[in-house]
Design a protein around this ligand. Structure first.
Ligand code: CP3
Length: 348
């Protein structure tokens, strides 16, 4: 039953061992990723070529006994398709040539055509599903409207969120207009992934945690809820589980669980036993080992994997993951130690 452990756990059904996948399980810590990226030219060349995106998606599955594959792509494909001019500055991260700063800039935007400008994403999903051949389920994903808006308005990574927060406080109606457009775009984008074969989807709300409680509710959670409500069933009629991951969202788990999502992704700043006490059996929980634990020795990693499993306890509804993505400096052997420890220590 290993092939459907992940989907069973997301539905809170019993499993033989706790399933595990890792955010950023494909990426720069793998030498085979670095080699392929070198050959492809750039990161976006990898994302926009379905054969290469498929190959990168499968790379970590060849090394590790992972229970899920995650589509290799990026959350910034949507703003790129809106014409903002995405490029990556080495050592700095993603940047846009045309950031969106004013209500006038927002009024000019429109929803990207899923087929014409983002068709490479469902094409990659179809190819990956064919290659996986039912052995491992495939997770699709998108950024949350708030997280996409932070990159679009700041123009790149930010420490202060100066531009988007000024817009939020000075012109909330304009920001709502942007959020509404992004929520419709993300829902259509995830539905295109589901129609192509994504078997679960995760919404990455990487920057939701920088908001006040009331701004989180108003500008991030409301729009994620709208997306959850708009998602279609899989082509076979089954419900596709949705995982909401707000980094820094620990204080708001109850309201996140009330959106109708099936699972919450937890970062490492909350104990998973406390999270479970607060949301009960309402949703599955995904997480939440500190990603920096992968810098430690394998036997230390194993010990802390055991701690997370023990805190969650012997209940259905746990998907093991890190509290955020694997970083480029990680030794792949340590990832193997983590994955094997999850399966060995959780065997029922
Ligand atoms: O999890 C996976 O294995 C799937 C792949 C994935 C990537 N990006 C690949 C990637 C996923 C799920 C994402 C989502 C993403 N992208 C998020 C949300 C997740 C999170 O980390 O909270 C965000 C904020 C982005 C925006 C983005 N794209 C950033 C900040 C960066 C890193 C830039 C840098 O130079 O460090 C990217 C590029 C990116 N996306 C890389 C990968 C493997 C690195 C590209 C490279 O240099 O090869």
């Amino acid at each position: 039953m290993s092939h459907d452990r992940l989907l069973r756990a997301l539905r809170r059904e019993p499993v033989d061992v706790t399933p595990v996948w890792l955010m950023r399980q494909a990426g720069r810590y793998l030498p085979e990723y670095r080699a392929l990226r070198e050959k492809a030219g750039s990161f976006m060349d990898l994302c926009q070529n379905p054969e290469l995106a498929c190959e990168v998606t499968l790379q970590p599955l060849r090394r590790f006994e992972l229970d899920g594959a995650i589509l290799f792509s990026d959350i910034l494909t949507i703003p790129e398709a809106m014409g903002l001019g995405l490029h990556f500055i080495p050592g700095e991260g993603p940047n846009f040539h045309h950031p969106v700063r004013t209500p006038e800039d927002i009024a000019k935007l429109s929803m990207p055509d899923m087929e014409d400008s983002l068709g490479y994403v469902p094409a990659a999903v179809r190819l990956i599903r064919r290659e996986l051949d039912g052995k491992t389920p495939l997770i699709g994903f998108a950024g949350s409207p708030w997280t996409l808006a932070t990159y679009m308005v700041e123009g790149g990574p930010s420490k202060t969120y100066q531009h988007i927060k000024a817009l939020m406080y000075n012109a909330p109606e304009a920001l709502h207009q942007l959020m509404d457009l992004l929520a419709r775009s993300v829902a259509a984008y995830l539905n295109a992934q589901i129609a192509a074969g994504a078997q679960a989807v995760q919404i990455f709300d990487t920057w939701g945690g920088v908001l006040t409680p009331s701004a989180y509710q108003e500008f991030s959670l409301t729009y994620m809820q709208r997306i959850v409500e708009q998602l279609q069933p899989a082509p076979d009629g089954s419900t596709v589980p949705v995982i909401l991951f707000t980094k820094g969202g620990g204080p708001w788990l109850e309201s996140m669980a009330a959106t109708g999502c099936h699972a919450l992704g937890l970062d490492w700043t909350i104990n998973i036993d406390e999270a479970r006490e607060r949301v009960g059996d309402k949703v599955a929980l995904q997480g939440n080992l500190d990603p920096a634990m992968l810098y430690a020795r394998p036997e230390i990693i194993r010990h802390h994997v055991g701690d997370v499993l023990q805190r969650f306890g012997d209940h259905p509804g746990h998907v093991f993951n890190l509290g955020h993505g694997v970083t480029p400096q990680v030794n792949p052997d340590h990832v193997a130690a983590l994955v094997d420890a999850v399966h060995e220590l959780s065997a029922r």
